[in-house]
Design a protein around this ligand. Structure first.
Ligand code: FES
Length: 51
């Protein structure tokens, strides 16, 4: 999921993460090493497990 502009994403623990780029990708697979942001780890998942 791509966010354009300034946004704040709140994770499951209630921690708020502010976007710092013009376009930010939010992880939807839950496997990113940089949650809540996508680090492209989803590409390593089997196709049926990708978001
Ligand atoms: S969607 Fe989770 S790493 Fe990209």
């Amino acid at each position: 999921m791509l966010l354009r502009g300034d946004h704040v994403v709140e994770d499951d623990a209630g921690v708020r993460h502010r976007t710092v780029r013009p376009v930010s990708a939010v992880c939807r697979c839950g496997r990113s090493g940089t949650l809540p942001w996508c680090d492209s780890t989803h590409r390593l998942l089997p196709r049926e497990q990708r978001p």
